[in-house]
Design a protein around this ligand. Structure first.
Ligand code: NAD
Length: 511
């Protein structure tokens, strides 16, 4: 963070009540193009005053928007979806520019986000209530869903497009208004989403955008007019958000970090497994909460697995992913990390692992050294013979470092999951149905893959992290998302027969 605003970089605007505003913030965060290391924008780090203005704008827009028929609210999402499709390449390229993931990864991210908008388009069919006539004699019961009010989204840097789209399309179509606080490291995609929402005809104040870090988040968590908070980010912050938000009477869903195990049984198709493992561990340069982090080789799987990973990792092309900077960007295998300090932090785990007694089978610093330019590139690494007590086995690295642990049996692999504080994803590669079933039933994580390297649920299913990978009850995505953004109202009705003397005689005789 710098306190002096760089003059040349574009200021990232806030969106409050339909107005784009460049605030006079006293602190700023630089936004980098990770492919070149250049500063491309500056994010204002705003505090309580701007948050209050945004929440008030959302609260002011709430009565009209919540009274707008749900089919009309969904129509805005249909138009928003059409714009995302029309501007698909622009959205994906901006994502690559501010985050560093490859264009193929950016396109995949936008597709996952579009699916969330499609899900939101179907909300009129999903939000219907229930009725039971004659729950007691002459009494009818009905249960309908109401919006909760002003909802807040606080999102991480690693999916600047998709994670906001996990939240606001569902919240808004359910009749709520919204304040988004994207990551200060990658705020530009959120600005583009705000522009497209306005173009789609969303009324002013229904979607608002603020930027900042800790102070901004604290102001959102404690604002009396905020009803619900969706958070995605690291576990320590997820815990703070959950505890502070609920202490202030808000409903909170807070998704945190991860340490995902990938179990390789000796009977697995090794060629396919190595490809899927590499895609899982090195996709988005390992900056995914569903990234494979520890490959657990059972029995004889260890040597062929490590050989295959080292060969594949050595051949992987790494470098700049921004097509404006490199003609090779379209074919690049792995892009840079988000920041130089993050690259250093991730690389430091290679020294930590070696000091703890693990073997560095492939060192990503060598691929990085072969690169020209100032991008934040780090090649893929493989760390072999990792024991459960080592820091690389316990801590979320969030970069392209895949640990390999060697165990004797499936039971040993299941025990590693039991000892893990996180519980996002876990995968097994096998041809054995019994092993797969045991794994599915017993592994200590909420999202399971069987011969699927990244078992991230898509829009229609909840994102079901367990343990310290999630704080709250109702998860993001799927029908749970609709439950989170609505509250139920039950009405019991009785219409006793009345004295009919005042009724029209013709109508009365027909009763
Ligand atoms: P982060 O926790 O540093 O930041 C997330 C958000 O919290 C940002 O908007 C940031 O401004 C805000 N924030 C940061 N520190 C704060 C503080 N002390 N108080 C209040 N707010 C604060 O996470 P990140 O580095 O942007 O993203 C990476 C993390 O997100 C990883 O741990 C990854 O596993 C996790 N993640 C989880 C999921 C999931 O679904 N479980 C999905 C994507 C990312």
């Amino acid at each position: 963070m710098s306190t002096a605003a760089p003059v040349a970089a574009k200021t990232v605007p806030l969106l409050i009540g339909g107005q784009w505003i460049e605030p006079a913030a006293s602190a700023w965060e630089e936004v980098f193009n990770p492919s070149s290391g250049a500063v491309i924008a500056r994010t204002p780090l705003v505090g309580a005053a701007e948050v209050d203005a945004a929440v008030r704008a959302a609260a002011a827009a709430l009565p009209d928007w919540s009274a707008t028929p749900v089919v009309e609210r969904a129509r805005v999402m249909f138009r928003f979806r059409a714009l995302l499709e029309e501007r698909f390449e622009e959205v994906a390229t901006l994502l690559t520019r501010e985050h560093g993931k490859t264009l193929a990864e950016a396109r995949a991210e936008v597709n996952r986000g579009v699916e969330m908008v499609e899900f939101a388009c179907s909300i009129p069919a999903l939000i219907t209530g229930e009725i039971l006539p004659d729950i007691a004699s002459g009494v009818d019961a009905e249960c309908v869903r109401h919006p909760v009010g002003v909802c807040v989204g606080i999102t991480p840097y690693n999916f600047p497009n998709m994670v906001p789209l996990w939240m606001f399309p569902v919240a808004i179509t359910c009749g709520n208004t919204f304040v988004l606080k994207p990551s200060e490291k990658t705020p530009l995609s959120a600005v583009l989403l705000g522009e497209l929402l306005a173009e789609a005809g969303l009324p002013d104040g229904v979607f608002n955008l603020v930027h900042g870090a800790r102070d901004c988040v604290e102001a959102l968590l404690t604002h009396p007019q905020v009803a619900a908070i969706s958070f995605v980010g690291s576990t320590p912050v997820a815990k703070i958000v959950y505890e502070t938000g609920t202490a202030h009477g808000k409903r909170v869903q807070a998704a945190g970090g991860a340490k995902n195990h990938l179990i390789i049984m000796p009977d697995a198709d090794m060629d396919q497994t190595v490809k899927q493992l590499a895609a899982s561990a090195y996709g988005c340069a390992g900056q995914r909460c569903m990234a494979g982090s520890i490959a657990v080789a059972v029995g004889s799987a260890g040597d062929p697995l490590v050989d295959g990973l080292v060969n594949l990792g050595t051949a992987m092309q790494v470098g700049a992913s921004d097509p404006a900077l490199s003609a090779a960007a379209e074919s690049i295998g792995m892009g840079p990390l988000i920041r130089e300090d993050h690259r250093r932090r991730v690389a430091s785990y290679l020294d930590i692992a070696a000091e703890d007694g693990a073997k560095i089978a492939l060192d990503g610093r060598q691929a990085a050294a072969a690169q020209s330019g100032d991008g934040f590139v780090l090649g893929p690494s493989v760390v072999d013979h990792v024991a459960p007590t080592m820091r690389v086995a316990k801590e979320e690295i969030f970069g392209p470092v895949l640990s390999v642990s060697r165990v004797g049996s499936l039971e040993d692999a299941l025990a590693l999951g039991d000892g893990c504080e996180f519980g996002n994803g876990a995968v097994i590669f096998t041809r054995d149905g019994y092993a797969a079933r045991e794994f599915k039933q017993r592994f200590n994580a909420g999202m399971i893959g069987i011969n699927v390297g990244v078992p991230a649920p898509m829009a229609w299913f909840p994102f079901t992290g367990w343990n310290r990978s999630f704080f709250g009850d109702l998860h993001i995505q799927g029908k749970e998302g609709i439950q989170f953004y609505t509250r139920q109202k039950v009405t019991l009705t009785r219409w006793p027969r009345t004295d009919e003397s005042h009724l029209d005689p013709v109508w009365r005789s027909g009763r």
